[in-house]
Design a protein around this ligand. Sequence first.
Ligand code: GDP
Ligand code: GDP
Length: 496
Amino acid sequence: LDKKPKVVYKKPIDFTKIDAKLLPTVMIIGRPNVGKSALYNRLIRRREALVYNTPDDHVTRDIREGIAKLGDLRFNVLDSAGIETEVSSGTILGRTTSMTANVLSRTQFAILIIDVRAGLHPLDLEVGKWLRKHAPQIKPIVVMNKSESIGETLAEVSSEALALGFGEPTAISAETGLGMTALYEVLHPLLEDYMVESLNDRCSQDDVPSDENLSDEVEESKLPLQLALVGRPNVGKSTLLNALLEEERVLVGPEAGLTRDAVRVQFEFQGRTVYMVDTAGWLERTERDKGPASLSIMQSRKSLMRAHVVALVLDAEEIIKSQRTMTHSEVVIARRAVEEGRGLVVIVNKMDCLRGKQNSEMYKKIKEAVPIEVQTVIPQITGIPVVFISALEGRGRLQVMNEVIGTYKRWCSRLSTGRLNRWLIKVMSRHSWKDSASQLRIKFFTQVKARPPTFVAFVAGKKQLLESEIRFLTKSLKDDFDLGGTPIRIIQRSVL
Ligand code: GDP
Ligand code: GDP
C-alpha cells in the first residue's frame, strides 16, 4: 500500500540545515545578575544588546528569543525575565505567570546559570526547585558563569553545585567566551538525540501536511488554499467545479491530480490562489466497501490530510427522495475530515429542483433541517456553514467561496494570550461547573498552534478536566471568537 520509502533520520544531524521551527528550544534560567543576558547575547551573537547590572532592571524585561549558534549547533534560545521575577520575588511556589507557562509550553531544555564568584546562592536552589515543580521533564545543564579568572575556587563551587541535583556543572565565561566548547560538548549530544527522535516522529505521522512548518510570519492570505470537494457521485461536484472556474478565470486547466480519482485545478479568487481537488472516486468506493475501516477510507484520509477546507456536497433532490440528509458514508467522510483537523463547509446542491409553488414547503423545510442535522451528526465542531446552491444555474457560487474562505481564515486564526486569558476569566464565571473547585482549576490558557486552532489549558493538579468542561470551553471559544466550521483542539497540561 505504502510505496513511499520511509525516511529515517540518523546521527549526525546537520543543525545548520534544519528549519528554525523544528529546532529544539533551550531556556536560560538563573537568579538575577548571574549573566543570563550575557550568555544569551553570546549565543545569538548580538553584542549590542543591553546587559543589565542591577536585579531591579528585570522588571521591564521581556522574554527574548533568538537562534543560538554554537559551532555547528543551532537551537532556539529563550531568556526569560518572567521566571526570574517569580523566583526572586519569592512567589516561586505561588502561581505561574502567563509568561512562564507560555515559555514552558515550548521548551525542551534549560541552562541553569550560577555565578561562580558568589558560590552557590540560596536563590540558585530556589531556581532549581522552581524548575522541578513547573517542568519536571526538563533536566537542566548547570553552568558556572564568570569563571574567567577564578582559579581554585572553581572546584569548590563545582562540588557545591552538585547540591542542585542536576549533575556536574560546566565552567564558562559568557563575557569572554571561555568554556563555549565545553558547553557545546555537553549540549550537542542531548540536542542531537532530541532532533533525531523528533524528526522521526514527524515522519511517522503518516502524511503531514506540507505547510505545517510554515513560519508564523507568512501572511495567511498569501498562501494557497487547498480545498477538497467531496461527495457521492452525481451530486454535482463537477458542475460546481466548472461553475466556480467559469466565474473565476482558470489559470491552470485540470491536470492529472494526486490520485487517479482526483482532479486538481488552480484558480484565483479575490487575489487568493485556490487549489481545488474534486475527489470523484472516494465516496463511491466507500459506499461499495462499506464500513469505516475500509481501504478507500484509508486512502481518502491521505487526501483529506492535504486539504485545508473540505466542502461536502449534498444533493437536495436526494435528500427529499430518501428523507434523510446524509448517508452513512457522507457522515463518515465529514467526521474524518474533522478528526483530521480540516475545516468543513456543507453545500446543498440542486436547490433549483425545489422551485415552484408546490415545493415551497419543502424548500423551507430543507433549509431549516439540514443545518440542524449536520450539527447533530458532527457534534465535534459547531457553526459548520451550510450553503444552498444550484451549480447548474450557477447560483450560490460566490456564497460557496465566501464560506470556504471564511472557514479557512477561522482555521488559521491566532488569538493572543492576553485576549484569551481575559476571556477565560469571563467564561469561567459563565459556566455552572459541576465541581465548584473546577472553576479555579484552569490557571492559564494559550494558543500554541493554528491551522487548526490548538490551545493549551494549564490545569492545576493532576485531575483532568471533564469532557463536558472541554466541550463548554470549545463552544465558548467558537461563539466568542467566531471560530465556526473549524475544529478546535484543547490540550491539557497539569501544573502542580
Ligand atoms: P542577568 O541578570 O542574569 O541577565 O545577568 P546579566 O547578563 O545582566 O549580567 C549581570 C552582570 O554580570 C553584568 O554586569 C555583566 O557584565 C556581568 N557578567 C556577565 N557574564 C560575565 C562573565 O562571564 N564574567 C564576568 N566577569 N562578568 C559577567
Ligand atoms: P458529480 O458526479 O458529483 O461530479 O456530479 P456532476 O457534476 O457530474 O452532476 C451529475 C448530474 O447532476 C448532472 O446531470 C448534472 O447536470 C446534474 N446537476 C449538477 N448540478 C445540478 C443542479 O444544481 N441542479 C440540477 N437540477 N442538476 C444538477
